[in-house]
Write a protein that binds this ligand. Sequence first.
Ligand code: AMP
Ligand code: MG
Length: 326
Amino acid sequence: MVILGIESTAHTFGVGVVRDGKILANVKSSYVTEKGGIIPIEAAKHHRESKKKVYSQALKVSGINEGEIDAISVSQGPGLAPCLLEGMKFAKELAKRLRKPLVPVNHCIAHLEIGRITGAKGPVMLYASGANTQIIAYASGKFRIFGETLDLGVGNFIDNFARYAGIGFPGGPKVEKLAKKSHDYTELPYTVKGMDIALSGILTNLKQKTESGKYKIQDLAYSMQETVFAMLVETAERALAHTGKKELLLGGGVACNSRLQEMCKIMCKERGAKFFCPDKSLLVDNGAMIAFLGEIMFKKKIYEKNVNKIDIKPRQRTDEVDVNWK
Ligand code: AMP
Ligand code: MG
């Protein structure tokens, strides 16, 4: 069985091809800026302009032709509406032209399910991406959110900090590089509230510190990572304890950060849990994970049969989705 998956929730337009759980292609093009953050309309324009190229490249890499595609899956939400619309439009046109079913999937759950490729069977996932930050695990028929950010996603938070520091979008990789140059910890607020975290107060604090001119940016980058990642690891550990699960899976673009990975590894080792982290190409937004989850759902016939009834769901929550495939 061959499934083609389309991702377009935010900055990335991606097309992946999966055959029987094996990734044949994972091609993407991402919207980036020199300075400033993501502008949804601009990102959507990027998707519009790059979609044909990404699609044909994915077919080429996978070595399949259009006729071999059994179904198309598309990331339906959550995400930025203008970006989602581009992906949905493309997916519908393709499904209609090829006369194949369209399987809408939840983006966050796709991040989680692609973890199966690493060998994780029933993990707690720390999903740390641009717009989303959640601790998710499967329990009684749904993927439950055990903890989440009360305001910003951790990636957006880091990108905002990077913007104050004038280093462009996405800021994460640049902030990580800066942080490696420092071991000088400056105290920042630590805001874990039960199982949830809050980031906007820390952002204000960082902004004030940046503007004061009294701190080196690399010291702030280092202190930010140490503080915020500790908050993530603390809540993830509590979810492991609460659910009794023995596997931690990382997902989302921020999971590319080597310090976050290291802190998770240490925590897992200390409590005898296994740590899983997919390859970077599967951590960031990508079409392969959409195809992967699409295949699981398609095989169980879990999709809306009338293409015209399928729409984007910019605010869809992980725990809204009925997980009938487990
Ligand atoms: P996603 O929304 O899952 O594609 O993730 C995008 C987010 O990941 C952006 O906010 C990036 O700044 C962030 N990101 C990417 N690489 C890193 C990194 N090495 N360290 C921290 N954040 C990162
Ligand atoms: Mg994502």
